[in-house]
Write a protein that binds this ligand. Structure first.
Ligand SMILES: Nc1ncnc2c1ncn2[C@@H]1O[C@H](COP(=O)(O)OP(=O)(O)OP(=O)(O)O)[C@@H](O)[C@H]1O
Ligand SMILES: [Mg+2]
Length: 495
């Protein structure tokens, strides 16, 4: 809708070119004038800029009626100066039609600095330096042709113009507003209509020398921190990995121990059951063969057969005893036993059993290390270990029985260690050595019950057995028993 504010133009006021009106404003202020031209900028209720073929001028209006850039208006008012610049003040205007959008004049900023093109719509190319924030307008700071100036844009129409990257090459359009001090031009500003009046010709490079220096300084400051952080992180990760590895290892060892214990338990139960019945049978065979040997003293050829039967029955009874020991169903006769004394006493017996090529030594402490056990069975177990050691040292070597107190699972244990300098036990063999009937010896040399007996006996005594071995570097069997407390010792000693 075109609203027309009816202008009351006196009959004597003829239409004048704008260049002429600008002169009148300087020389004869308050002269009534009439101009006609195209609107190049408008601020509703405040001002218009109007241009014709001869020039442009600021028009101060008191009231607004709808008018837009590109409209042709006829303005009547008083030619005068406004802030030392020519203007038409107290103006009224009437819209006459619509013209082509006004085309800005391409200018050199130096001309504007000299005061030329006041109120003209111009276009200047320059470099965007930053934003100055005003009350109702934002200013783009531009450097063009060696001249600094500000191009103001109303906040509400600024759009993304204020988000330009400093250093970008821009083309700004706007109305020239020359500042005058003491009658001389002292600078200028551009009055943009909207943010679209600032067009980017070339975006500023992201990588500027200043930016590069700043980045270098920041990187130099941050890098050592980063390296320290990574170093600490690596150390932490290594430490955690080692802990996890150890935990997993301990877990798998525990699982293996549990599996082994269950296996031994199952085999023990089976072997124990058979051995028990077999032992009863063997007792009968032994008894009767003994009687036969006595009865047949006048029949030497028959007596020899009876003796063979008795000998075989004795061997079988020996085997069943070992099986019973393994299955922890052996009858034990426990009493306080000082391991130091046992170790010392066994030296001469073992030296004889093992032969001259093997040195037997006891490493016993001065203090008594007493346990509650069946001494005969303990000596049998040590003998079994010693015989195995002998078989592992065919060229000779050393066997050491050492006694000590050691902390185990928060308690003090009495430990008897049997160490040899023999062949050691291969890893794949180590998991089976306590199995009954497991032997690596040739047929007829080993029954595979020696360690099974030791295992069963130690378990039945409330202890535990451990083996440490290095292939080619010898073997140690550690028999750990619960230490008998001194009070209990003296009580049992008194009995
Ligand atoms: N000190 C040791 N050094 C090297 N290997 C050993 C040692 N002790 C035991 N072994 C291995 O463990 C296996 C089982 O031993 P274990 O005493 O149970 O049976 P054995 O000695 O073969 O037969 P047995 O003792 O019944 O006559 C042995 O065959 C041997 O391979
Ligand atoms: Mg053996």
């Amino acid at each position: 809708m075109v609203l027309v504010w009816l202008a009351v133009v006196p009959a004597w006021a003829a239409l004048q070119p704008i260049s002429r009106v600008r002169e009148i404003a300087q020389v004869a202020p308050s002269t009534r004038v009439v101009i006609r031209g195209t609107v190049t900028r408008c601020r509703p209720g405040h001002s218009l800029y109007v241009q014709d073929q001869t020039g442009s001028i600021l028009v101060r209006i008191d009231k607004s009626s709808p008018v837009a850039v590109g409209d042709i208006v006829e303005v009547s008012g008083l030619a005068d100066v406004d802030n030392d610049a020519p203007a038409v003040i107290h103006a009224r205007y009437e819209k006459f039609g619509v013209a082509e959008a006004p085309v800005p004049i391409g200018v050199d900023a130096r001309d504007l600095a000299q005061g030329k093109h006041d109120a003209d719509l111009v276009a200047v190319e320059g470099t965007f330096g930053g934003v100055r924030t005003g009350h109702t307008e934002d200013g783009l700071m531009i450097l063009a042709d060696g001249v600094d100036f500000i191009a103001w844009v109303p906040k509400e129409t600024a759009g993304s113009a204020t988000a330009l990257r400093p250093g970008s090459r821009v083309r700004v359009r706007g109305i020239v507003s020359i500042n005058v001090t003491n009658g001389r031009p002292s600078g200028f500003e551009l009055l943009m209509r909207t943010g679209d009046d600032a067009m980017v010709i070339r975006r500023a490079a992201w990588w500027t020398t200043r930016g590069a220096w700043t980045t270098a300084v920041v990187v130099a400051a941050v890098l050592p921190l980063l390296f320290s952080y990574v170093f600490l992180l690596q150390r932490q990760v290594r430490r955690q990995t080692a802990i996890i590895h150890q935990k997993l290892l301990a877990e798998s060892e525990l699982k293996e121990q549990y599996r082994q214990a269950q296996k031994m338990e199952a085999i023990g139960r089976l072997a124990g059951g058979i051995a028990h019945d077999f032992n009863n049978i063997m007792t009968v065979v032994l008894g009767h063969s003994e009687m036969l040997v006595l009865e047949l003293k006048d029949h030497p050829e028959l007596r020899t057969s009876a003796e063979e039967i008795r000998n075989a029955a004795e061997r079988a009874a020996g085997l069943t005893r070992q099986l019973l020991a393994f299955s922890r169903r052996q009858k034990l006769d426990p009493a306080p036993v000082d391991l130091n004394a046992v170790a010392r006493d066994m030296v001469s017996l073992l030296s004889r059993v093992l032969g001259g090529e093997i040195e037997v030594r006891a490493e016993a402490g001065a203090e008594a290390v007493t346990i509650e056990t069946d001494r005969a069975q303990l000596e049998q177990a040590l003998l079994n270990l010693a015989v195995n050691a002998r078989d592992a040292m065919p060229e000779g070597g050393r066997l050491v029985l050492s006694v000590s107190r050691q902390a185990r699972d928060g308690q003090t244990a009495a430990v008897m260690a049997v160490t040899d300098t023999g062949t050691g036990i291969a890893l794949d063999v180590r998991g089976h050595i306590f199995d009954p009937f497991f032997t690596t010896k040739e047929v007829g040399r080993g029954s595979g019950l020696g360690l099974a007996m030791v295992y069963g006996f130690v378990q039945q005594s409330g202890g535990a057995i451990q083996v440490y071995s290095t292939v080619g570097g010898g073997t140690t069997f550690e028999l750990a028993f619960p230490l008998t407390p001194p009070a209990a010792r003296s009580r049992s000693d008194a009995c």
